[in-house]
Design a protein around this ligand. Structure first.
Ligand code: ATP
Ligand code: MG
Length: 458
């Protein structure tokens, strides 16, 4: 008797309808007798030969295939994207971000549909200031054409992150173009930089501290001519020569391992031209000025250190009224009057400026006697100059600058000035008198005695 002979007629269903019954006999007969064989045969019976499972399986295979195909397309397009396209990300913290937006504002392309406005103030030759609106690409995607290549510009805000220093949202501009045109990125940025720097040509940028970074303060100002600041005989030339010599001595400093920095202290009474001279000097050297107010409320040692080590290139660091923050009382462990900067913090920051680039620091004060000697030691202050009240030399030069070719009247002015025995007249006072009488030198001579009172308001 064969095995099969023992089997009963296969039961096709346990009832009239429903799922086929599980037939152990059939499975046994289809298998090779081993456990694995029986399991395989069971799988065949339940899954393959079962129409319900077969249909479900078919759908599953179809679904999986489609999913894999989709994944394949996504991966392939991602791969092709990476191979064929190239992105450039410009975060708002980077210098070139503003350059790029400025460049875009001059870009007249019809595809720019979403614009945003940036309002600037422009200083004219006569000193008047007018408002200028620049339309820059707003957040979103813009397609532009640059030197024959298409570029997608995507300006987007980075979520809800705020730039704590300015309170504005972080932004990124992403440029996308074909891989073969990637060299155009640097050309575009170079062009944007050139454009931005051209707008600043002949101007001095004043930077102030803004959180941990330096930000331009207002619009770049017209350079002040060195000749417009009249210091006593030879002082201008001596300082300018010293600074220029320093700027040419980089190798000398590096070879000797001396930090490449130089500190200047200009001290003297108010209105003698200290600040004006530094501005004119910056103009002469084609430098910008970073002004740091040590009495600032939320300035700490860490911030001071960070700021002093991140001065924008070609900038003079200017610490004004240095005595207002600290005086001779030993404050090495105490805080300044208002700020969180300690005196030792300032000394460390001055010593620690470690950059390959040159660092020129100018400090001003009306009260040098109040300064701690530690601040005045060489390395921190290498060059001290007194900028005093007007001498005869300065009075004469200023008069002639205001009233050209009036030599005779100038002599009269000086004679009267001397006869009144005026000792402490500031150059600012003289300027006030001459501006008041700008077209009338004789009237200026009449009014010389007003200079007795330093607080005369014309
Ligand atoms: N030596 C000078 N030559 C030409 N202008 C001067 C001179 N000194 C002062 N002035 C004029 O007086 C005004 C004040 O000058 P400035 O601010 O440079 O003085 P300061 O020495 O920095 O004063 P303070 O010590 O109060 O800061 C400016 O408008 C400047 O043009
Ligand atoms: Mg000043």
């Amino acid at each position: 008797m064969s095995d099969t002979s023992l089997t009963q007629e296969p039961v096709s269903s346990s009832g009239s309808a429903g799922a086929p019954a599980f037939d152990l006999q059939k499975i046994t007969s289809n298998s090779d007798g081993t456990i694995t064989g029986m399991l395989l045969a069971g799988f065949n019976e339940v899954v393959v030969n079962n129409p319900y499972f077969a249909a479900g399986g078919g759908l599953m295979v179809l679904g999986t295939t489609l999913a894999l195909a989709r994944l394949g397309i996504v991966r392939t397009s991602g791969f092709l994207y990476r191979q064929m396209l190239v992105d450039l990300e410009i975060p708002s913290k980077d210098k070139s971000y503003l350059w790029f937006l400025e460049w875009m504002s001059r870009y007249k392309h019809r595809s720019l549909r979403h614009l945003s406005v940036e309002t600037n103030f422009v200083q004219h030759d006569n000193g008047a200031v007018s408002t200028k609106f620049s339309l820059v690409p707003g957040p979103g995607k813009h397609l532009i054409k640059y030197k024959g290549a298409y570029m997608l510009v995507n300006r987007e805000r980075s979520g809800k992150l705020l730039d704590m220093t300015s309170g504005t949202p972080f932004e990124t501009v992403t440029l996308t173009t074909l891989y073969k045109d990637r060299y155009l990125f640097s050309e575009l940025l170079g062009e944007a930089k050139k454009l931005a720097l051209k707008a600043r040509e002949g101007k001095t940028v004043l930077y102030t501290s803004w959180g941990p970074e330096w930000r331009p303060f207002g619009q770049p100002r017209k350079k002040r001519m060195l000749g417009s600041v009249i210091l006593d005989n030879g002082i201008t030339e001596t300082i300018v020569e010293d600074v220029k010599d320093f700027l040419q001595s980089g190798d000398w400093y590096h070879k000797r391992g001396i930090p490449y920095r130089r500190g200047y202290l200009l001290y003297g009474p108010p209105g003698s031209g200290k600040t004006s001279f530094i501005q004119a000097l910056a103009g002469e050297l084609d430098y910008n000025i970073c002004i740091l107010n040590l009495s600032e409320n939320n300035l700490t040692d860490d911030r001071l250190n960070h700021l002093m080590n991140h001065i924008p290139e070609r900038s003079i660091l200017l610490l004004e009224d240095i005595d207002a923050a600290f005086n001779k009382r030993d404050q090495s462990d105490e805080k300044g009057f208002n700020s969180g900067v300690t005196f030792s913090g300032l000394l460390n920051a001055l010593d620690g400026v470690a950059s390959a680039e040159e660092c020129i620091t100018f400090m001003t004060t009306n009260h040098p006697e109040k300064l701690d000697p530690a601040l005045l030691r060489p390395g921190r202050v290498d060059f001290k100059v007194m900028i005093d009240n007007a001498t005869e030399f300065q009075v004469r030069k200023m008069f002639m600058r205001f009233y050209e070719n009036e030599d005779e009247l100038c002599d009269q002015f000086i004679a009267k000035f001397k006869s009144l025995n005026l000792k402490s007249v500031s150059t600012a006072q003289l300027q006030g008198l001459f501006v008041y009488n700008k077209r009338d030198p004789k009237q200026a001579i009449e009014m010389v005695d007003t200079l007795k009172n330093p607080y005369t308001v014309f």
